[in-house]
Design a protein. Structure first.
Lengths: 213, 213
DNA sequence: TTTTGTTTTAAACGTATGTTTGAAACAGGT
DNA sequence: ACCTGTTTCAAACATACGTTTAAAACAAAA
């Protein structure tokens, strides 16, 4: 239980703490303490805090995009004849997110959605660049299929609706636990991520297919 | 142009800088420099950085909720007979956001949406508590009207769809400028917040009214 | 066992932060 | 002009951070 465990412990602790407090609010000392390793271990194994942040994303996004890319390639292959439904494309995402990698749980998906939200809202220019350079290609492939699935939309309309969807997803899934605490009545106790996704998909599919005036 | 201007300058600078970089990434020195006031002025006038953050929110949310509450009261009065449409309730929000206060511009709305996104994603437990204690009541009133407007939905379904809407709105409007830069074609000049809202409303209305399976 | 390369450790470094201080500058009322 | 309370200012304070360092601990090969 020696060398490679340190890296994994750090990644686990960082993933959780980042998602709870944000990047700037989480110190390396918080992380290394929770991970039970020495402070210097982060800089030794990752180089810097920035690279640690990127590594946290890469650990989740790597297997996810790999898995996703296979399924997308199949769909893209039979494209002119077989046009995918929008709901199909949405389900593909949620299924991939829940199944890719080894130990992906609904809980982990929630954590990662919170991270994704942070990546957008919080400054972290380096992260945006990292994500775009690393995973921009898969996104473009996905968009090609979305375009095929929504031929009635103008390019501009589709662009915005994709982001409406992304926003609803990231925001809700990332705050699933805390959001339910806001209401005075008691809903969302069964706020399992998987259940929320089930409610989310029809909402998104209807929104993206709505006629524009 | 001396004394009470200091407070306003600080609030203006803080509002802008917070929305650009986040709370933790914005130092008091950044703020006071941009505001052209002395560093100590923040602690003198506001007490602490936390209270500054809360003051920034209060300055926007105060007039907004006041304005909103009036319109909501009217609607609530004629409730059993006159049931509001969902689109009506959405437009009410956007109109109030754009008109409440004196110098509210679409730009300012974008800035504040970014702040609202930060308030949720970024740790800042004190902010969440502050917002909930201060403005939770208005939210509940609004929900009562939404309930009337969507009688077909179960309480749980409605609860989540409200947050889907909130997520799409906050996420998109807060990143409107940077998101439009992502597209290869040029929405640029036309990416006024108001236009994005126009595209948003049909999306949301369709989503919230979607049949659930 | 000795050697070699890797990993861990405790301590320190330099910097940036939020906050406090006490004196100076200012304003308005008498 | 003189006081009185408020506001500004430069400087310092204490603390926390990310990072670096050099020695120690360790593992595996020779």
């Amino acid at each position: 239980m020696a060398q490679k465990d340190t890296v994994k412990s750090i990644l686990n602790a960082a993933e959780e703490l980042f998602s709870e407090r944000g990047f700037a609010e989480t110190s390396l000392r918080n992380i290394t303490t929770k991970a039970g390793v020495n402070l210097a271990a982060v800089n030794y194994h990752f180089g810097s805090k920035k690279e640690l942040i990127q590594a946290v994303f890469a650990r989740f996004l790597g297997p996810f995009c790999e898995s996703l890319e296979e399924r997308l390639a199949e769909m893209e292959a039979g494209l002119p004849q077989r046009v995918p439904e929008m709901e199909e494309l949405l389900m593909l995402l949620s299924q991939t997110a829940l199944l890719s990698g080894h130990n992906n749980s609904p809980r982990r998906l929630g954590i990662f959605m919170r991270l994704l939200g942070l990546a957008y809202t919080q400054g972290q220019g380096h992260l945006r660049r990292f994500l775009q350079n690393e995973y921009g290609r898969v996104f473009n492939t996905y968009m090609k299929l979305v375009t095929a699935a929504t031929p009635a939309l103008s390019e501009e309309e589709r662009f915005w609706r994709i982001h409406f969807m992304l926003g609803a997803t990231v925001f809700t899934l990332s705050g699933a636990d805390s959001l339910s605490a806001m209401a005075e009545y008691d809903i969302g106790k069964g706020s399992d991520i998987a259940q929320v996704v089930d409610k989310l998909v029809p909402f998104l599919a209807a929104g993206v297919s709505a006629p524009h005036r």
